[in-house]
Design a protein around this ligand. Structure first.
Ligand code: B12
Ligand code: SF4
Ligand code: SF4
Length: 375
């Protein structure tokens, strides 16, 4: 173990260096989780509310405790990168346009944060001689409890970190090190009696304060979920086609939020209120080109068009009937199934006319079921 003699000064030097890299908040915690947090994770996994995210359960031991993940880790340098939107970024889109959540309107934040974390990790290793590892999002680390212990903010009732300086809009990342550095003060809970985030949720995904049923969350349904979106939830998605910001956006602590300064997070015009018609007509090459460097690329064309067609079904826009109809012959059964539902909502008479012939020629069981079910 490396214990620097001037740990507080060392800590401040690391903070200054990380701030220089563009991180908006840099704080320090012991690389460990409390027994309470471990128990909460156990409860969450036992309830099965993680849906298809089997990787949450698969590495539960490591996720519950950084010491299992890396026994030599002593300190977590926890960073926050502000991606705060402007008021116009949060304005409602018209019925024929889709809403992509704020975090996905430009480059993939994993790449942006990883690049900075790598620089930070290398610098810490070189200047202190300690071992380092970096984490962002996909690693089995519970980033939110670590961020709360480090004092970046508190886990609000919407379960995300709320910062007194940046509201709901911080991405998190960590460099863990074998250096033994003094921890910063933890942040307390400042939600009080407020429950705005719980009440605004379009799919009522909260089981209660601080407890999310991920299977109902639009973010899960439109991003992580690989199959068809459950029928009863489809109308509740509205025109949200990738992720959701409703519980974040409504938080009163956002009055202290600041617009992002990181250029890679400035929204691309093409991904701000994109027209549903154009999105539904994307082929594979078009999808890849539009979402180059974007986190949306990961889910692939079929899952994305599934979301777009659900939004078309919710749009009540007659002009989109022909668009839904075109996708009835799409090569992907996931897309065809969503197109059937969209058509049944937008044009029930046409749907009834086409039903017999299309259902007969349909090779996929799930799509045939969509024809049988209608709206
Ligand atoms: C899995 C995951 C998801 C899942 C599940 C979300 C969830 N709440 O767990 C889905 C796909 C739904 C999701 C959605 C989103 N995510 Co996400 N996600 C993750 C991931 C990979 C793991 C989170 C995790 O460990 N969940 C497990 C459960 C057990 O954790 P939990 O909900 O926090 O559970 C706690 C509470 O239940 C609490 N608890 C239980 N009972 C009680 C009682 C009381 C009184 C209290 C105080 C607490 C409490 O204790 C539990 C443990 O701490 C993290 C990255 C990471 N590695 O940490 C990103 C992460 C949490 N996601 C993030 C973001 C930005 C989002 C979205 C906003 C994206 C979007 N715009 O669509 C949404 C927000 C939805 C929401 N309201 O949470 C950011 C959040 C940043 C922040 N400021 O907090 C993270 C940290 C990624 C990152 N590196 O920046 N996500
Ligand atoms: S992200 Fe949207 S759907 Fe998910 S919990 Fe928050 S408000 Fe509900
Ligand atoms: S909206 Fe209210 S309850 Fe939800 S996180 Fe913000 S302060 Fe807490």
């Amino acid at each position: 173990m490396t214990t620097p003699p001037n740990a507080p000064a060392e800590r401040e030097a690391i903070r200054a260096y990380a701030r220089g890299l563009g991180f908006d908040v840099v704080r320090f915690a012991r690389a460990e989780t409390s027994s309470e947090v471990k128990e909460n994770l156990r409860e969450f996994l036992a309830a099965g509310t993680y849906g298809d995210m089997g990787w949450m359960a698969a590495n539960a031991d490591r996720r519950a405790d950084p010491k299992v993940l890396w026994p030599d880790a002593k300190t977590a340098i926890v960073v926050g990168l502000n991606y705060g939107p402007s008021a116009e970024d949060l304005a409602a889109a018209s019925a024929d346009a889709g809403v992509i959540s704020v975090y996905a309107r430009n480059n993939n934040y994993h790449d942006v944060i990883k690049k900075k974390l790598r620089q930070l990790a290398m610098w810490v290793a070189e200047t202190t001689g300690s071992d380092v590892r970096l984490f962002v999002d996909t690693a089995p680390v519970m980033e939110k409890p670590l961020a709360q212990t480090a004092g970046i903010g508190w886990q609000g009732k919407h379960t995300n970190i709320v910062s007194r300086e940046f509201g709901s809009w911080l991405f998190l990342g960590e460099v863990m090190t074998t250096l033994d550095l003094p921890a910063d003060e933890a942040e307390g809970d400042h939600c009080g009696a407020c429950r705005r985030c719980l009440d605004v949720c379009p799919t009522q995904a909260f089981i209660g304060p601080y407890k999310l049923d991920a299977r109902r969350c639009v973010s899960y349904l439109t991003i992580e979920n690989k199959g068809a979106i459950p029928r009863e939830l489809r109308p509740l998605l509205g025109n949200r086609i990738y992720g959701c910001d409703d519980c974040l956006a409504v938080c009163p602590w956002n009055k202290f939020a600041q617009a992002a300064r990181e250029a890679a997070f400035m929204p691309r015009a093409a991904l701000t209120a994109p027209k549903l018609k154009e999105l539904a007509q994307l082929d594979d090459a078009g999808f890849r080109a539009l979402f180059s460097k974007s986190p949306i690329k990961r889910i692939g064309r079929a899952r994305f068009l599934r979301n777009v067609l659900i939004a078309i079904g919710n749009s009540a826009e007659e002009s989109l009937v022909s668009v839904a109809q075109e996708r009835l012959r799409d090569e992907s059964p996931l897309v065809r199934g969503a197109a059937v539902w969209a058509l049944s909502r937008l044009a029930p008479v046409l749907f009834a006319q086409l039903r017999g012939a299309y259902a007969l020629g349909e090779a996929d069981d799930d799509v045939r079921e969509e024809w049988a079910a209608g709206t």
